[in-house]
Write a protein that binds this ligand. Structure first.
Ligand code: APR
Length: 175
């Protein structure tokens, strides 16, 4: 019995990952933005936004709530699916850790339902949403290692865009 999926980290661009599913750090509108979201839509092409618009016209009329996730096509990206999740904005007064953990758990749950065997995550909420890297990395690693869907995967890859994030996730994965 293998010890479950490989938990890996790379310094690179999420949109270039050759995995079944990539997780997009979206906002509740699902209609794009900057950071990872901007890169996913820019590189993935208009099909992704078209599917997001359909989600907004239907099931997610009021937008995707924080901590939830929803899958669309990955358009022109090497991946097969994009799983859009909405991270919490960091707060100094309110502990939103559970919402951030939920982004990872829900993304895994949906990816497993789709039959994905490999999945790549960015450091959700650590950019525009200002979550401190070390804490976000700890929450992310704890959330995925505690996930019921873990056994369905061959690889969970954290894709970090800069050295500080890469180091933070290295420490969390070693921890
Ligand atoms: N590949 C991997 N990681 C990336 C990429 C990329 N191409 N571009 C940015 N990042 C990293 C950032 O450096 C940061 O560490 O992703 C992490 C998350 O940052 P954001 O993309 O700003 O996401 P987040 O903090 O969750 O804020 C979400 O920003 O882009 C808008 O529409 C989005 O409103 C939403 C908000």
């Amino acid at each position: 019995m293998t010890g479950g999926p490989a938990l890996t980290r790379v310094l690179g661009d999420l949109t270039e990952q050759r995995v079944d599913a990539i997780v997009n750090a979206a906002n509740s509108s699902l209609l794009g933005g900057g950071g990872v979201d901007g890169a996913v839509h820019r590189r993935g092409g208009p099909e992704i936004l078209a599917e997001c618009r359909r989600l907004r016209a239907g099931r997610y009329g009021r937008g995707l709530p924080t901590g939830q996730a929803v899958a669309t096509t990955a358009g022109r990206l090497p991946a097969r699916w994009v799983i859009h999740t909405v991270g919490p904005v960091h707060s100094g007064t309110e502990d939103r850790s559970e919402q951030l953990a939920s982004c990872y758990r829900e993304s895994l749950r949906i990816a497993a339902e789709l039959g994905a065997a490999t999945i790549a995550f960015p450091a959700v909420s650590t950019g525009v949403y200002r979550w401190p890297l070390a804490d976000a990395a700890r929450i992310a690693v704890d959330a995925v290692t505690g996930s019921a869907a873990l056994g369905d995967f061959a690889e969970l890859r954290f894709v970090l865009f800069d050295e500080p994030a890469y180091r933070a996730f290295g420490a969390a994965l070693d921890g």
